[in-house]
Each structure stands twice: as C-alpha cells, then as structure tokens.
Design a protein around this ligand. Structure first.
Ligand code: GLN
Length: 354
C-alpha cells in the first residue's frame, strides 16, 4: 500500500505503508547505523514518529534480548529500505513481522535523509503518516490534534518491583526506564527497587535506600512539576544519579532551567567531552531538551560534560553533595560502551557516600 508522511509545514514524503494505521506525533531523526529495535522499544520516544537516516533497516532481524521495555512506544516509524532477508545468529524474527505484530505504523521506501535535512533546517516538526488516499480534511484534523503531555504516566511501571542483589539498595524512579540501565546498575551489584514516577520523596526515604536513581523518559521535563517537587525532597538526603530526563528533572529541582533544542541529539556516535579529563567519549543519545548552561550560574552545580557538536550541557555535578547527572545514555543499547565508567562513579557514591 502507498502511504505518505505530511509535515506541519506542508511538505510531503511518499513511501510504502506497512500496517493500515495512521500516526501523528513529533517527527525526530536518529542517525545510528544499528539499534532499530532498541529505538522502537525505548520509552523516551513515546508519542514521537522516528525516522532513521541509515538507509537499510532490519538486516539483523529482531530478538527478545534487544527490547528496552515491555513494548514499543513510538507512534510511527519511517525508514529507507526495509530489509527482508535478515541474518543474525541471535535473531528470533524479522523486523517486518515485529512491526506488524506490534501494530506500528511504518512508512518505508522513504528518502529519510531528505526528511532529516528538512527537520535540521526547520527544527522538529509535527507530522502524520497516512495511507495515500486519505483526504486533506482528515490530515488537517490529525495535525491539529493536541500533543500528549502525560507521556511519563503512560510508560512508567504501574507497580513497584525489584531486581534483588546483595549490594546497596537503590530506588529507581521510573519515568520510562530502559532495560539496559537497570541491567547496568544490577550488574554492579545494586539491589534495585523500581517505583512508579509519582512516588513521593517520603515513600522513597522510607525504603531507606543508599541512593536514588532518576531515569530517562519521554516528553518535556517541565510537564512534571509534581515529580520535580518530589525530587527536591530527596536533595541532601541521599546520593542521586540522573540520566537524560532524570538529569533534566534534577536540574529543574535544583533551580536551573531547561529548553527545547532545535532538532535534538539522537544517534549512537555523538561525541561528548569530559571536562575533568579532557577526553572525548562517543555516546548514545536521545534527547530533545537540554539544561541551560547559563541557568547554572550562582547554583552549587558545575558542568562536567559538553556536547562537542554544539557545546550544550551533557553532564553536571553538585559542588557539595553526592549528586550528578548525565544527559546522554552511558548504558548504550544501542551504542558504544565508552561511558560505563559513570555507573562506577555512582557505585563509589553509594558505597563511600561521597
Ligand atoms: N532519553 C530521554 O530521557 C529524553 C529526555 C527528554 N524527553 C528529551 O527529549 O530531552
């Protein structure tokens, strides 16, 4: 079936449609060469339409172990060539089957680099994926639908659960956590208690953890004022480590500000500079918002990492308390392992309290 992507500025990109479903959402691009299944199942993409710049997608199939959460949360998927002959010793199925089973509207045979160039020049745009014969009046209606803001509520765990281990207890505030963050903390030896996003500071402190982890997640951090209040109640009481949305929420709780980037950072080879060592690490990233560097002035916070491409803040640390956070994804999945050292830094805080 023929289908098309229509952006809010009127641009149209045609392709073939898998699944006779319509999708709406913010259209974002990811430049990773691999990692399509991790991207599909990363809750941080909830309610977005993701386009991949790499031209052939699906060539190593799909496998349970690549899933980053219980199900895919993207609203739509746009790719170039959908590879039909996958090969990988770990694979359990094809990407085509996965997209059909999971009912993800997918437009393929698209010039995704043209879509990306458009977004890069105009900034992130809303878009819709529809079958070719849908009338303009319906497209206009879809484009006018309000963007969902309660996305964290949709992806967070409904119930508290645990991943037991012998080491220090860490409460994980789940705003849409990726499985490999949990695995990375668990592998260190952390005894994990994963709690829903709206858990209060008091309920967390009653669990008497050695530290609290603030997870990644979808949407604008400013849409979560109650969560920010809860985080304020943890500051100075426990060591804190935040990743991505967790980093942005921590910044807001400490009095700093966040803003929306023109088109975000999404890919598996984004260079980040560690200002303490001067070393550049290659990182996996997926964010549309960032912490405003100027807003840290006068606060007990210092920038620890910056993006080499645009000098935006990629990490910060409290100058007096055991609190730090990172904008990118040290757990990779997909992406390189350069940044696993950050989990070791959290381990030091948990075990030495500094
Ligand atoms: N991966 C994330 O946690 C993303 C954080 C936030 N939703 C952003 O787009 O900036």
């Amino acid at each position: 079936m023929k289908g098309k992507l229509i952006l809010e500025d009127g641009s149209v990109f045609t392709g073939s449609l898998l699944n006779d479903a319509k999708a709406t959402g913010e259209v974002v691009f990811n430049t990773g060469m691999t990692g399509y299944q991790e991207i599909l199942t990363d809750p941080s993409y909830c309610s977005q339409i993701v386009t991949l710049t790499y031209p052939m997608i699906g060539n190593y199939g799909v496998a349970e172990l690549f899933n980053q959460s219980r199900k895919p949360f993207v609203n739509g998927f746009i790719i170039g060539e959908l590879c039909e002959e996958a090969s990988n010793w770990k694979m359990q199925g094809s990407l085509r089957e996965f997209l059909i089973q999971q009912k993800i509207p997918c437009l393929f045979d698209v010039d995704t680099r043209a879509v990306t160039r458009k977004i890069r020049s105009s900034g992130t745009l809303r878009g819709v994926i529809v079958p070719d014969d849908v009338p303009q009046s319906e497209i206009d209606k879809l484009l006018a639908m309000p963007i969902k803001i309660d996305v964290v509520q949709e992806v967070t765990t409904p119930e508290t659960y645990t991943m037991d281990a012998d080491g220090p207890t860490v409460v994980v505030m789940d705003f849409g956590i990726k499985q490999n963050i949990l695995n990375s903390l668990h592998k260190l030896g952390c005894n994990l208690i994963i709690v829903p996003a709206d858990t209060t500071a008091q309920a967390i402190l009653e669990l008497n953890p050695a530290g609290v982890f603030l997870s990644n997640g979808p949407g604008d951090p400013k849409d979560l004022p109650q969560v920010i209040e809860n985080i304020k109640g943890l500051i100075g009481k426990k060591p804190l480590f935040g990743i991505c949305l967790g980093h942005q929420l921590l910044a807001l709780a400490l009095g700093a500000d966040t803003y929306k980037l023109k088109f975000g950072h999404r890919g598996s080879n984004q260079p980040v500079k560690n200002l303490a060592t001067g070393r550049v690490h290659i990182s996996s990233q997926n964010h549309g918002y960032a912490v405003a560097e100027k807003s840290l002035t006068g606060l007990p916070l210092k920038v620890t990492h910056i993006a080499v491409n645009d000098d935006t803040v990629e990490g910060m640390r409290h100058t007096e308390l055991p609190i730090f956070s990172i904008q990118y994804h040290p757990e990779a999945s997909p992406g390189p392992d350069d940044n696993l050292y950050l989990f070791d830094e959290f381990w030091t805080m948990l075990t030495k309290g500094e």
